[in-house]
Ligand binder design. Structure first.
Ligand code: NAD
Length: 237
């Protein structure tokens, strides 16, 4: 893996699942890592700050707290916090739609906006959005989630055009089915159907998403921006 040594990294929603694996991978590689958690509690071996991504003031405060712990500005932002609230289009309430958009898309925007202030000053920064293959291909019962996750592509590409000349890259990682609480909660029949559609013949591991995120944060990816990288075992090809 290319070097990412000693960067200040913030992973939102890094207390469990994919975010936790990402945070642990950066920490294992020698970076300074802080995660955000809505409770402010830290998983073993990591530092955490409280953050509610639907609230701009909370996001701004979380960055201020994180930067104090890190001893400097955030250089790598992994905008990972996300939720689902699945239901068919005809049954989806405004609230179902708005809550998911506010968390997954506007939440990522709020974090990127705050991170960019320090990155612009230093003329260096890496912003990585955790999207989903659902954002690229859609999924029944997930119009809200798919819209939020495809919105991240426009966000990353616009940031690339706006801030690319200032040493900042913005990319999207789109996981497929990854072994987490989210996928474990699916009915067995649905899990089997999904497995049958994955060329790799298995669900992905959280560490496999973390490897791609770490690559995008590394010096080796300095010329990669506005990219969308699926980590899906070939599901969406
Ligand atoms: P998870 O539910 O285990 O973790 C989500 C994290 O986001 C949690 O830490 C949660 O506290 C945080 N979060 C949610 N709402 C928040 C809010 N309003 N403010 C602050 N934090 C909030 O999910 P996961 O499976 O680890 O997924 C992580 C990311 O990867 C999500 O964005 C998800 O959409 C995406 N993803 C997951 C899969 C999968 O197979 N699990 C596939 C594709 C994409």
């Amino acid at each position: 893996m290319a070097s990412t040594a000693q960067r200040n990294v913030l992973v939102t929603g890094g207390n469990r699942g994919i975010g936790l694996a990402i945070a642990r991978a950066f920490a294992a590689g020698g970076d300074n890592v802080v995660i955000t958690n809505r409770s402010g509690e830290a998983p073993e071996g990591l530092r955490a700050v409280r953050c509610e991504v639907t609230d701009s003031a909370s996001v701004d405060q979380a960055f201020t707290d994180a930067e104090e712990l890190l001893g400097g500005p955030v250089e790598v932002l992994v905008a990972n916090a996300g939720i689902t609230r699945d239901t068919l289009l005809m049954r989806m309430s405004d609230e179902d739609f708005d809550t998911v958009l506010d968390t997954n898309l506007a939440g990522a925007f709020r974090c990127a906006r705050r991170a960019a202030t320090g990155m612009i000053r230093r003329r260096h920064g890496r912003i990585i959005f955790i999207s989903s293959v659902v954002g690229l291909y859609g999924s029944p019962g997930q119009t809200n989630y798919a819209a939020s996750k495809s919105g991240l592509v426009g966000l990353a590409r616009s940031i690339t055009r706006e801030l690319g000349g200032r040493g900042i890259t913005a990319n999207v990682v789109a996981p497929g089915f990854i072994e987490t609480d989210m996928t474990a909660a699916l009915p067995e029949a649905q899990q089997k159907a999904y497995l049958a559609s994955i060329p790799a013949g298995r669900f992905g591991r959280t560490e496999e998403v973390a490897d791609v995120v770490r690559y995008l944060a590394s010096d080796a990816a300095a010329y990669v921006s506005g990219a969308v990288i699926p980590v899906d075992g070939g599901l969406g090809m």
